[in-house]
Ligand binder design. Sequence first.
Ligand SMILES: [Fe+2]
Ligand SMILES: [Fe+2]
Length: 328
Amino acid sequence: MTASHVDVSAVGCAGSELQEHFEATIARDRRIEPRDWMPDGYRKTLIRQIAQHAHSEIIGMQPEGEWITRAPSLRRKAILFAKVQDEAGHGLYLYSAAETLGADRADLTNRLIEGRQKYSSIFNYPTLSFADVGVIGWFVDGAAICNQVPLCRSSYGPYARAMVRICKEESFHQRQGYELLLTMMRGTDAQRAMVQDAVNRWWWPSLMMFGPPDDNSPNSAQSMAWKIKRHSNDELRQRFVDMTVPQAEKLGVALPDPELRWNAERGHHDFGTPDWAELTRVISGDGPCNAERVARRRAAHEEGAWVREAATAHAAKQAARTQKGAVA
Ligand SMILES: [Fe+2]
Ligand SMILES: [Fe+2]
């Protein structure tokens, strides 16, 4: 048993010292590392959050991945390829971060394909035109940046460090999306209409990405006390709206919210209320593409079984060879 798996209740005095050390580390804004003792709730919350985040990166490859073979030019195809590949990399960093907490990667994948663990609601919407690729970069990667930049200061070291590189790549994703839209807006009327249509469809689901409103977000307070999370859902949503409105003006598209306006008193934009019933439906598995996304992930996992078997056999052979060498 490692120190990190010690149960406080079983170790009495020493346990309360471990708890105090944990709390002092959080209070001093230092990082908790895999070797450190941590409360079970902290570990479980992190595993759940990091796994959901990893699953979102992996499932998030699908809506845009569908457009790789239909990209309008070699340049756009290369950019989209690189972006979707980055998302795979993000998923892998994050599964590794979850492993440092004692989670098993195969178990996390099973939970995803059996529908026992969630991923971001946003990836359950269809991509109907190539403008969706641009809007996903602009909105979805933009929202991911709002969510993830504060996670670079998350109290758990491996998660915070993974976020630094991920955020740099997300910022490339956001810009490639915006640049694609700028190009389309300088094109034909039909292209401008495609952009506006994609904006209309993705705006509200993007606002829902930040999760339910603060007064209905049961785990938020504890996550903030543990400094896993630094800002509330509503704060991050507001930040995203304030960041996006001037970008929409520059692009020349309208955001589909009649209540959206600058509030000089607050120093922020006021905006309408997302359809929270829709978010609940999509999160609970009843969005437009939930079944399709999970089925595709399951098929990819099953079709990849031979790769895992071959890699395991190779690793066993290597280990046997090394052992033989050591004995000789
Ligand atoms: Fe990502
Ligand atoms: Fe991204």
